[in-house]
Design a protein around this ligand. Structure first.
Ligand code: ZN
Length: 152
């Protein structure tokens, strides 16, 4: 059973790496940020379009990196698109908690949805930063910090 689940998780990651969703520059955006993970060399640029009602109207990313960093960014854009910006910090915290929690702790799939497929990175501590890079980059865009989000 566990193995079937892992295969499924792996398939989702492979699929999002091969065909990343929301990849490319947005025609219209009002926030953006760069992210860099020196440990692996992953580089991302995130574009964010927040409408007058505080809803993430659109979000996209560009860049290059390992399979985990690209798949994570792709899954993140799907997870936050169309949601209120005010919910972002909670999503960020929930994701951060999932990838840094004990292996025995099952991911909260109700809250995480498809993002739960990335719980597997806990087994490979050096890849955790690859998975969180996009979240730090989006946070930097949300806060308009104009600083490169770094995982170090
Ligand atoms: Zn990486």
């Amino acid at each position: 059973m566990m193995f079937d689940l892992r295969d499924l998780y792996l398939q989702v990651i492979v699929d999002h790496n091969k065909a990343p969703r929301n990849f490319g520059k947005l025609a219209h955006f009002n926030h953006e940020a760069d992210g860099y993970n020196p440990l692996c060399g992953d580089k991302l640029h995130v574009y964010l379009d927040v409408n007058d009602n505080g809803i993430i109207e659109d979000v996209s990313f560009e860049g290059e990196g390992c399979a985990i960093s690209v798949a994570s960014a792709s899954l993140m854009t799907e997870a936050v698109k169309g949601t209120p910006l005010s919910d972002f910090q909670q999503k960020f915290d929930t994701f951060q908690h999932m990838v840094t929690s004990d292996l025995e702790e099952l991911p909260d799939e109700e809250q995480l949805g498809k993002l739960a497929v990335l719980a597997g990175v806990r087994e490979f501590p050096s890849r955790i930063k690859c998975a969180v890079l996009c979240w730090h980059t989006l946070k930097s865009a949300v806060e308009d910090s104009h600083q490169v989000a770094k995982t170090e």
